[in-house]
Ligand binder design. Structure first.
Ligand code: SF4
Ligand code: SF4
Length: 130
């Protein structure tokens, strides 16, 4: 199944993929954040992830805070109203390396409890190794 999907992807261009997409990437804001190091940073993240519009994802060891919400420049036709002048971050975000195709992140954390459980698991693994 994955092979078929990949083969199909190789045949379509990034532009074609976006034209057929409901603009998933324009419907949330992903902000790069550091892995929480202190108790205060963990408490801050626990507070933020309480909101049902907010989650945390980890991709290639980088942590992101994601806030759901549509960009003000997304038109009703799912096309960008300022396409030619869109920000560089939007230009750099291209199919197929995007959330429309497969898992976009390795870890998804949706609640304070999931955050604590994830950090505990990491700590236990680290302790076992040392
Ligand atoms: S980059 Fe990906 S998620 Fe964004 S519009 Fe194109 S196909 Fe959809
Ligand atoms: S500026 Fe355009 S491409 Fe960028 S998030 Fe908004 S609608 Fe999407």
């Amino acid at each position: 199944m994955l092979k078929q999907k990949k083969a199909k992807l190789e045949k379509i261009t990034s532009l074609e993929a976006c034209q057929e997409c409901p603009a998933i990437c324009c419907r949330d804001l992903a902000m790069s954040i550091g892995k929480p190091q202190t108790k205060e940073e963990v408490e801050d993240l626990k507070w933020q992830v309480r909101f049902d519009t907010v989650d945390i994802f980890i991709k290639q060891h980088h942590w992101y805070l994601r806030v759901k919400g549509k960009c003000m420049y997304l038109g009703k036709n799912n096309l960008c109203k300022i396409y030619e002048e869109r920000p560089d971050k939007c230009k750099a975000h291209k199919a197929p390396n995007c959330e429309r195709f497969g898992e976009y992140h390795e870890v998804l954390i949706k609640t304070p409890e999931e955050l604590v459980a994830y950090l505990d698991r990491k700590k236990q693994r680290k302790n076992k190794k040392s």
